[in-house]
Design a protein around this ligand. Structure first.
Ligand code: PLP
Length: 478
């Protein structure tokens, strides 16, 4: 028998090199060789790969020194990058804190404080939540998984869930099952279920489905108060409150997925409550991590919480990292900054100004913009089709994708770092920091206007790519 002798391993990259700044070419090589190569290739072909470096919390520059206003980060960057008041709290904790990092088996003042503050914030607008409880995790999808398990445990005889067309709830198993998108779901079926997908915003369709399914079979409905990845779509007035009333009548639980909209992004602490819903379970994530750390939270009414985690079964659902101290320091400080800097009201005011600016641009350039939408500091730009679907020598389903990625590139070339939209077509989004200084806010919308003025018609964005880039893109698409 031969015994392999273990040699001390060597690391191929040391953190010292990274702090000093790895050459961009080397970072690209590492990502391509050992990461999501095709995604890196795609953003590289579009000229978006960076790496991005921060100039101020709200401004970035790419590898060519190109100045960008930061409207990316998928709504998870509420204060800009590395915002000093948030960074200082982390450093103070790391330098002097005596709390253990992962207090799974002990009391944590930080975890308790964040839970109490989240419940207080929710109960301030939805008083029925005064004694609700919080389960922490490390991502949005995990917060959704917990919500589904809470609902299932609370309504054990009801097995199905209702979601809505264009919804986005994440990509882990249950979250994906609730995200009715063929591209994301197809390879992974069978997914957990049963899940019924209904048209968003249509109460009649909801009532009809309930009659057909039998309300006792439905454990919960999960709803985004405004569909974020779907392209910033608001439901018609009365939909959320009506949905809540119908569900209450039958004992069906309502999960408000506020991962993208909550904690100020859409101009309210909780967009669902602002629109008349009193949800039983609320999921939160993105802004809770202050743009620095991943933090997820699921708030549930006390009896629902108790159904899943009673007595000695209180470890029935758990994770290693949720409620970790550093994450809670960041979450606590993030909530404080939202309150102390009055950022929710600021997001609402700036959101109105921003949407007005976008609407003015859309009026000036109707052949570039199909529609613009906004809710607080969450903005969507839908561009006109860049080509008739049958005219380009590519899969017709890729044409709308092309519209979105060319619009992302156009934003970048005009100095804006924006976001893709995962369940929308021809839509790019802007999710700037809630504390974006006024001068940069105005510049952001000047730049959007300049981008539209440059192209005038959406199809002209096709001309922004050199033949070499088209060739590389075609190779990726084949
Ligand atoms: C409404 C909503 N739910 C869930 C998620 C999933 O969050 P994560 O990407 O952190 O898993 C997202 C992410 O965009 C979201 O917008």
């Amino acid at each position: 028998m031969t015994v392999a002798i273990e040699r001390s391993p060597t690391l191929v990259v040391r953190s010292g090199d990274l702090f000093d700044g790895l050459p961009d070419g080397e970072a690209r090589r590492l990502e391509r060789a050992h990461g999501n190569r095709d995604l890196i290739n795609l953003i590289d072909v579009l000229g978006l790969a960076g790496p991005m470096r921060t100039v101020t919390p709200w401004e970035l520059e790419d590898a060519d020194g190109h100045h960008l206003i930061h409207a990316g980060g998928y709504a998870a960057v509420p204060f800009g990058e590395n915002y000093p008041p948030l960074r200082d709290a982390m450093i103070r904790h790391l330098n002097g804190g005596r709390d253990t990092g992962f207090p799974q088996q002990s009391i944590s003042a930080w975890r308790g404080a964040v839970a109490a503050n989240l419940v207080a914030l929710l109960a301030a607008v939805a008083p029925s939540h005064a004694d609700s409880r919080v389960f922490f995790s490390s991502s949005g999808a995990e917060a959704v998984e917990a919500a589904i398990k809470f609902a299932k445990a609370h309504r054990p005889k009801a097995s199905s869930f209702i979601t809505f067309e264009r919804a986005y709830h994440g990509k882990t198993a249950w979250a994906l099952a609730l995200t009715p998108n063929e591209e994301y779901q197809a390879p992974f079926r069978p997914l957990p279920g049963p899940v019924h997908t209904l048209p968003y915003g249509d109460l009649d369709a909801f009532e009809h489905a309930l009659r057909k399914l039998g309300p006792d079979t439905v454990a919960a409905v999960i709803v985004e108060p405004i569909q974020g990845e779907g392209g910033v779509i608001r439901p018609p007035a009365g939909f959320l409150s009506g949905l809540g009333a119908r569900c209450r009548e039958h004992g069906i639980l309502v999960i408000a997925d506020e991962i993208q909209t909550g904690l100020g992004r859409a101009g309210h602490w909780f967009a669902s409550v602002a629109d008349g819903l009193d949800p039983d379970i609320v999921t939160l994530a993105k802004p809770l991590g202050g743009g620095i750390l991943p933090v997820g939270a699921t708030i549930a009414r006390a009896p629902i919480y108790q159904s899943m985690l009673p007595g000695t079964a209180s470890k029935r659902h758990s994770n290693t990292f949720g409620g970790g101290t550093l994450a809670m320091v960041v979450a606590q400080r993030s909530l404080e900054l939202l309150v102390d800097e009055d950022l929710v009201a600021k997001a609402r005011r700036d959101g109105e100004i921003g949407l007005e600016r976008l609407r003015a641009s859309a009026e000036r350039y109707p052949e570039f913009f199909e529609e613009v939408r906004g809710a607080g500091m969450l903005f969507a730009i839908k561009v006109r089709p860049v080509a008739p679907e049958k005219r380009l020598p590519i899969d017709p389903e890729l044409v709308p994708l092309l519209g979105a990625i060319l619009a992302l590139r156009a934003l970048h070339l005009h100095g804006i770092h924006g976001c893709f939209s995962l369940t929308a077509q021809r839509v790019v989004r802007l999710t700037p920091a809630l504390n974006l200084p006024e001068a940069l806010r105005d510049q952001l919308f000047d730049r959007v206007d300049a981008m539209a003025a440059h192209h005038k018609q959406a199809w002209r964005m096709l001309g922004s790519m050199s033949p070499g880039r088209w060739l590389r893109l075609a190779k990726l698409a084949l």
